[in-house]
Design a protein around this ligand. Structure first.
Ligand code: ADP
Ligand code: ASP
Ligand code: MG
Length: 404
């Protein structure tokens, strides 16, 4: 008998009809002789709606209360799904994070799971019950509700698979698996049968929303293979597995993008040690993530421009932090642009193939897409471009690297 973790995303339980369908998938997997633990997200759109409500109260809504609010979406879908399974004549029960408990740190809105008590649920499933657990939520040591960051039900599934020593962890979603790029913006995207943890982690971190980056990282560290598949078709899906088990046929495996980037340039700072630290220190202390960084120096070597990218929603705060620091930084001016996107090509095959960089840049140039910033790692190259050119860039690169 195998123990399966089945995670259903918000898109898979977005309507009552879909919840009934999912209950039937669960019934089928159970009747094949498996022990079943289900993780479920909030119905699609619900978490966004709750977040909007909190913003109507305040843009600085208390993060502990935000966790109580946002986690409520999972309570609804969890009970509906559990009820639907019971209605099919099976034994099922819902659990919220705090009831198990799923213990997390107190880093509200992006907590990490530390421990999960397994006894009660293990007994329940070994006696033929189907456990349905809320994704995304946990409880801190001081008994406050926490959440794991947006898209966090993926992380719940991976960590639950680890603590319950599951034989497999299946992530059900609204597409057939991991594609060479987001199928919703490029209908030439192709499903990938096997992808390494490393490549999937880059894809997810660079914007491929189909898996939450923390979930992929945890599955990589704990070596928990994932199977991403559709809740609406029987197709075979994608295996996310160790690199040694994937044979690379292409130099580039996939293309990811993220919209909503902003670029800030601090122009004319004195070029001396410590100036970059002075620019970035207050920004970091305010928990704003810096992504790409470029520094260029004037011809006489005395002045420098420091350019960096952040998320669009952090722009206002970032500008005010730099302006507050004007006396110390002694810059000439600040410029900014907040309608930018980052487009990335990802592939472990790149390491052994020089020439990928110029091929990428040439293909964008041929489409008159200007590159505003570049960053690279061993298995990815990212460029910053105008946001309205995102789809064009993705399609062009997809073709250039033989993914169509
Ligand atoms: P869920 O509700 O199952 O958590 P998400 O909306 O979080 O689903 O993720 C699924 C979506 O991710 C797909 O509908 C697709 O548009 C998007 N996506 C982005 N990049 C990719 C990719 N490379 N492969 C598959 N889907 C992708
Ligand atoms: N409901 C949460 C969100 O929308 C968690 C998830 O869907 O995985 O972010
Ligand atoms: Mg998701």
């Amino acid at each position: 008998m195998k123990r399966l973790i089945l995670k259903f995303g918000g898109t898979s339980v977005g309507t009552i009809e879909k919840i009934k369908k999912v209950a039937n998938i669960i019934k089928k997997r159970f009747s094949e002789g498996n022990e079943i633990i289900v993780i479920v997200s909030a119905m699609t759109g619900v978490t966004d709606e709750l977040k909007k409500k909190s913003n109507l109260i305040s843009n600085n809504f208390d993060d502990k209360e935000l966790d109580v609010l946002l986690s409520s979406g999972e309570q609804v879908s969890c009970s509906l799904l559990s009820g639907a399974i019971i209605d099919l004549g099976l034994k099922a029960r819902s659990w919220q994070g705090w009831q198990i408990p799923i213990l997390t740190d107190a880093n509200h809105t992006s907590s990490n799971i530390m421990r999960i008590k397994t006894e009660e649920i293990s007994n329940f499933v070994s006696q033929g019950g189907i456990a349905v657990i809320t994704g995304f939520q946990g409880v801190s040591m001081d008994n406050r509700i926490t959440t794991l960051g947006r898209g966090g039900s993926d992380l719940s599934a991976v960590v639950i698979a680890k603590f319950f020593r599951a034989d497999s962890c299946e992530i059900y979603t609204d597409v057939d698996g991991i594609f060479t790029t987001d199928p919703s913006i490029n209908n030439n995207a192709k499903k990938i049968d096997k992808i390494s943890y490393e490549e999937m982690l880059e894809m997810a971190s660079l914007g491929a929303k189909v898996m939450q980056p923390n979930a992929v990282q945890t599955s990589m560290i704990d070596n928990i293979p994932l199977h991403v598949r559709s809740a609406f078709s029987e197709k075979s899906g994608t295996q996310i597995i160790p690199e040694s088990e994937v044979d690379y046929k292409k130099v580039v495996t996939g293309i990811a993008y993220s919209k909503g980037n902003a670029k800030v340039s601090v122009v004319g700072v004195v070029d001396k040690p410590g100036v970059a630290a002075d620019v970035f220190e207050p920004i970091g202390k305010n928990n704003i993530n810096i992504d790409m960084v470029i520094q260029n120096t004037s011809l006489d070597g005395k002045k420098a421009n420091i350019t960096f990218t952040i998320k669009r929603e952090d722009l206002k705060k970032t500008l005010s932090l730099i302006e507050k620091n004007k006396q110390k930084l002694n810059y000439n001016k600040i410029t900014h642009d907040d309608k930018l996107a980052k487009v990335s090509i990802i592939g472990a095959g790149m390491q052994a193939n020089p020439g990928v960089t110029h091929k990428m840049f040439r293909s964008l140039a041929d489409e008159k897409i200007n590159i505003l910033a570049i960053s690279t790692s061993e298995i990815k190259i990212s460029v910053l471009i105008r946001e309205d050119l995102t789809q064009k860039a993705v399609k062009t690169l997809h073709k250039t690297f033989g993914l169509n």
